[in-house]
Design a protein around this ligand. Structure first.
Ligand code: SF4
Length: 326
């Protein structure tokens, strides 16, 4: 009985995280996927009257440890009312020309403002340890069968800059540490060139187990494992997230565009963090010319890091001693 309770609690927590991520991306409707209970000849899902046309979405499958599955469909719909248009310049600055990202801004009630994590390094680390424990000897997707070590992530719990890559390669799988192979050494050099130390940042991947032959992770693997990346971001609360490669960009931005089209643009995470996609260091090892582009992209991040933190116009209520809030 307690196993069932733990499963349900895990499921609820994962869904809460996913909903927060999706809300920030403009998803407004979440439907439980219909079960095949309808009569023969009848459609299995009755479309509600006056339903707004669907413009995108995703199906989410959560796998319990014993193989049972729960399935949800997240649906992105067109707005019913015409949104207030944000200033053109600001839209361009936040989202580039990505249509879906612009819709997110238009739908958002207010722009989220990033604020430093109020927790101490020890408290954040304790939460990360708790998450690692929760992931455990994970078998939630097929990638567990070929792994030697699960690669959770590493770095400062107080990092304000987080690098998100695709998944572990051979060296990472062998050591259990992220970005330790040739691409990792190149990333170290890039971080040094930014005037930072690797240990001041946090480095992790969308996928925690090495895909066979380093193939690109499949969509269902990203959906299942990406929840852990979302939780890491939520716990660490970085000010900037650099997506290294299109897999990380695809998961975090929920867009499927070539890196050449989205690199070097800032997108906004629901936490207020600024997301910037750029090429993966492994790509730079094969295409040295792209190093210049990555450097241009990262200079934008460096420029923002130097800027003082914007004050939150709607700060969270201050807790009073009694436990009530002001
Ligand atoms: S890739 Fe992620 S979800 Fe899949 S088994 Fe590894 S840790 Fe679990």
């Amino acid at each position: 009985m307690s196993d069932v309770r733990e499963d349900v609690l895990l499921l609820v927590r994962d869904l809460q995280t996913e909903l927060r991520v999706l809300r920030g991306l403009g998803v407004r409707v979440v439907k439980r996927q219909a079960q095949p209970e309808s009569q023969p000849g009848e459609p299995s899902v009755k479309k509600p009257e006056n339903a707004a046309p669907k413009i995108g979405g995703r199906k989410t499958t959560y796998q319990f440890g014993d193989g049972r599955q729960a399935r949800w469909e997240m649906v992105m719909q067109e707005r019913e009312a015409k949104p207030t248009k944000a200033p053109k310049g600001r839209q361009a600055q936040l989202f580039g020309q990505g249509a879906r990202a612009e819709e997110s801004l238009a739908q958002a009630p207010s722009k989220p403002v990033w604020q430093p994590n109020p927790l101490s390094a020890e408290e954040v680390q304790a939460k990360l340890d708790e998450l690692r424990q929760e992931i455990g000897d994970c078998t939630r997707c097929r990638l567990h069968t070929g792994r030697n070590n699960l690669v959770f992530g590493a770095g400062s719990p107080k990092a304000t800059l987080l690098f998100a890559g695709e998944g572990p390669g051979r060296d990472e799988d062998r050591t259990g540490k992220p970005f330790v192979g040739r691409a990792g050494h190149l990333l170290d050099k890039i971080i040094e060139a930014m005037g930072l130390k690797r240990e001041d940042t946090y480095i992790c991947n969308v996928i925690k187990c090495r895909p066979p032959e380093n193939r690109t992770p499949q969509d269902d693997e990203m959906r299942t494992c990406g929840i852990f990346l979302a939780r890491q971001i939520e716990i660490i609360r970085p000010r900037h997230i650099v997506c290294l490669g299109s897999t990380a960009a695809k998961y975090l931005l929920q867009i499927n565009q070539a890196m050449g089209k989205i690199r070097g643009r800032f997108f906004e995470h629901s936490s207020g963090a600024r997301i910037l996609p750029t090429y993966h260091p492994a790509y730079l090892l094969r295409n040295a010319k792209a190093k210049k582009l990555v450097w241009e992209d990262l200079q934008k991040v460096m420029g923002e890091i130097k800027q003082p933190v914007e004050e939150d116009p709607n700060p969270p209520p201050v807790p009073l001693r009694s436990g009530l809030t002001s």
